[in-house]
Design a protein around this ligand. Structure first.
Ligand code: FAD
Length: 384
């Protein structure tokens, strides 16, 4: 095992691991350190939807590139990538206008997309409730991954193929730089040196640079998630995004009719106020065993007050998610096998990238788009 590293990466979530992948591919000797026995942060608690269509600006481009990267890796080893596309389903006229506008925009972008009538949607997705479906836009190139497996397989791949050194149970408690090198100290006193250290520590703000994070403007979002029992006979493949998502994702916010949305809610459910209060929108992703991951809600706290979000899940929020999900699909969506809370770091300035000095850099706060865009974003390199 080499002990002479060019780059040490702290944190083996999507951001850290994809940075490790690209750096090692460029020939760097990389050490990837993870505090837990395996990564259990944002990267394993999500839907596994890779949906560039919903992103705007450079993040759309990173997402597009990420699709290629996921496919390149999947061609070499199974990291659970499946190409079943994404569909956004409009449930009223206002959402349908946005769907049409996003379709026009993506056509101009040269991004494969298809506008679908309700009959076409229902024949492709028979598990949808016909009363909900007014139309939709489909993005055939988009993929999904299995969040409970993807990152572990990716880590195995970069260790085997590119010689990355991976150390789990390795909590970095200090970073320093001196004489043109950087060094990290682990709990238990192990010590490593390299040219550079990149910290991709997700929503962990207390171990390294706590004062900096406390004043960073970073916030943490808590999301409630559920998974049904396996329903292999129900066919609802790919990434399923619905009306409230159309009202939430940034790509739609840039569409011309977005400004009219607030006045066009007449056809919305009576419980819309409650759904809005908890930041609920409804996404479905069928896992390989036929179960459905369903979510989600959003609650927020500043980086230094993450404990205020609590460790538990609120049954009333889950009941609201299920109630809205039942308007959308016809299968027994209330047959839940497990629930959990996921957390991610986000920033109003799209990502938090901060140079401690010439040798130590922090990158975190990619928000709710890391599974979609981290692979492409990390390819740019950390740039220091
Ligand atoms: C419920 C939920 C649903 C989501 N759905 C989607 C989706 O469908 N599509 C999408 O694109 N995105 C989605 N996201 C967002 C996506 O999951 C995140 O953007 C992404 O996983 C963030 O990756 P990360 O590497 O920054 O953080 P993390 O995955 O949290 O990784 C950070 C890692 O750093 C480690 N670490 C921290 N400090 C130290 C230290 N001092 N020493 C060693 N290790 C350390 C942690 O243990 C952790 O493993 C979702 C997120 C959630 C929570």
């Amino acid at each position: 095992m080499t002990t002479n590293f060019d780059l040490i990466i702290v944190g083996a979530g999507a951001l850290g691991t994809f940075h490790a992948y690209h750096a090692a591919k460029r020939g760097q000797r990389v050490l990837l350190l993870e505090k837990d026995s395996r990564p259990v942060g944002s990267t394993v608690r999500n839907f596994g939807q890779v949906v560039p269509s919903g992103l705007s600006g450079r993040w759309f481009d990173y997402g597009r590139r990420s699709l290629e990267i996921y496919r390149e890796i999947q061609a070499q080893t199974d990291i659970t990538v499946r190409q079943n596309g994404s569909i956004y389903i409009a449930s009223n006229e206002a959402e349908l206008n946005l769907v049409n506008e996003l379709f026009d925009r993506r056509l101009k972008d040269g991004y494969p997309c298809e506008l679908l009538f309700p009959t076409q949607i229902l024949s492709r997705y028979p598990a949808l409730n016909p009363d909900y479906v007014l139309g939709g836009v489909f993005f055939p190139d988009e993929v999904s991954v299995e969040p409970d497996r993807m990152i572990y397989r990716l880590i195995d791949f970069i260790v085997e193929k590119y010689g990355v050194t991976y150390r789990p149970n390795a909590t970095v408690i200090e970073c320093q730089s001196a004489m043109g090198r950087a060094a990290v100290t682990l709990a238990g006193d192990d010590y490593y040196e390299a040219e550079r250290v990149l910290i991709c520590s997700g929503y962990e703000f207390r171990l390294l640079y706590p004062d900096l994070f406390a004043n960073s403007g970073l916030i943490v979002s808590k999301l409630q998630m559920m998974q049904t029992v396996p329903m292999p006979k129900v066919k609802l493949r790919g990434n399923i995004l619905t009306g409230l998502t159309i009202r939430r994702y940034e790509a739609f916010a840039e569409c011309p009719s977005y400004a009219n949305l607030t006045t066009a809610t007449a056809a919305q459910p009576a419980h819309l106020t409650e759904l809005k209060k908890w930041g609920i929108h409804i996404l479905f992703k069928q896992a390989t065993d036929g179960s459905f991951i369903i979510g989600d809600s959003h609650e927020y706290a500043p980086a230094n007050q993450i404990d205020d979000l609590g460790f538990d899940t609120n049954d009333a929020i889950n009941a609201l998610i299920i109630k809205e999900a039942k308007r959308i699909v016809t299968f027994p969506v209330g047959k839940i096998s497990r629930t959990w809370a996921g957390f991610y770091a986000q920033t109003p300035d799209d990502i938090f990238k901060y140079d401690i000095d010439d040798h130590i850099q922090i990158i975190t706060g990619i928000g709710g788009k890391g599974m979609t865009s981290a692979a492409g974003y990390a390819e740019e390199g950390s740039g220091f």
